[in-house]
Write a protein that binds this ligand. Structure first.
Ligand SMILES: [Fe+2]
Length: 224
C-alpha cells in the first residue's frame, strides 16, 4: 500500500506544480505545517478511498482534493491561525477558508472536479457544518472521506500554534466513533478505524518516510 501512497503523493505534487500559479505554489510549499497536514490528509483519504474500492481516477481526484482542501488558509492572517481562543469575528474569518479556497482555484479548470472537497470539507453528516449545511448522502463520497481524514490528522498531530496535546491513535479513533452520524458518515468511520487498527506502526513509519521523500522532492524542484 505504501508504494501506492508515495506514488500518489508525488503524482499529486507533480500535478499541482504544473497547474498552480507559481506564487501560490511557493506559498503552499513554504508553509510547512499546511503542507504536512495536507499530505497526511492525502494519505488517509487515499487509504480510505482504496478500501472503498474507488477506481484509480477517483482516487487521484480525492487525493488531490485532500491535498488542496485547506488552501484557503493561505489567505488567513497568522494572528487568527495562531490564536488559542477565537473571537466571533476571527471565527467567522477562519470559517471563510473553504469558500476562499474554492475561489482561489476556480480559475484553474483542472481543479473543477475537486472543488467540492474544498468547499464542503467542514460540512457535517447531520447538516450542522459550514458553509452550506449540506448533509449525509448529499455530501459527495469524496467529501465524506476528506472530512474524516482531516479531523483524524488534526487530532493526532502536534499543531504549531495551539496548545492542545495530540491524541493517541486509539483515542482519536474513539473520537471518530463518538462523532459518527453527527459529524461523520458512520459506515466510513467503521472502515477507516479498521484500516488504522490494522496498520498502526506501518502507517506511522509510512508517514515519516513520506515526509522525508516530499522534502527531498521539494528541494529538488526548487533547484530546477
Ligand atoms: Fe479546513
Amino acid at each position: 500500500m505504501f508504494d501506492k501512497i508515495l506514488y500518489n503523493q508525488l503524482a499529486s505534487l507533480e500535478y499541482i506544480k504544473t497547474v498552480l500559479p507559481l506564487e501560490l505554489l511557493d506559498r503552499f510549499t513554504n508553509d510547512r505545517y499546511l503542507l504536512g497536514h495536507s499530505i497526511n490528509v492525502l494519505n488517509f483519504s487515499y487509504m480510505l478511498g482504496l478500501e472503498l474500492g474507488m477506481p484509480e481516477k477517483r482516487l487521484m481526484q480525492v487525493s488531490l482534493g485532500a491535498l488542496m482542501h485547506d488552501i484557503g488558509k493561505l489567505e488567513c492572517c497568522d494572528s487568527i491561525l495562531m490564536a488559542s481562543v477565537l473571537t466571533e469575528v476571527q471565527r467567522k474569518a477562519i470559517q471563510r477558508h473553504p469558500t476562499v479556497g474554492a475561489r482561489m482555484l476556480s480559475e484553474i479548470p483542472m481543479f473543477e472536479e475537486i472543488t467540492s472537497c474544498i468547499i464542503f470539507h467542514h460540512e457535517r453528516y447531520n447538516g450542522g457544518g459550514y458553509p452550506s449545511g449540506v448533509r449525509a448522502e448529499d455530501l459527495p463520497v469524496e467529501v465524506r472521506i476528506v472530512t474524516i481524514a482531516d479531523s483524524f490528522d488534526a487530532m493526532i498531530s502536534k499543531r504549531p500554534f495551539r496548545s492542545s496535546i495530540p491524541r493517541s491513535l486509539v483515542n482519536a479513533q474513539n473520537e471518530l466513533v463518538k462523532c459518527s452520524g453527527t459529524q461523520f458518515d458512520p459506515d466510513m468511520v467503521k472502515i477507516f478505524n479498521k484500516i488504522i487498527s490494522n496498520n498502526t506502526i506501518e502507517i506511522i513509519l509510512g508517514l515519516s518516510e513520506a515526509v522525508n521523500c516530499v522534502d527531498h522532492y521539494i528541494a529538488k524542484s526548487c533547484s530546477l
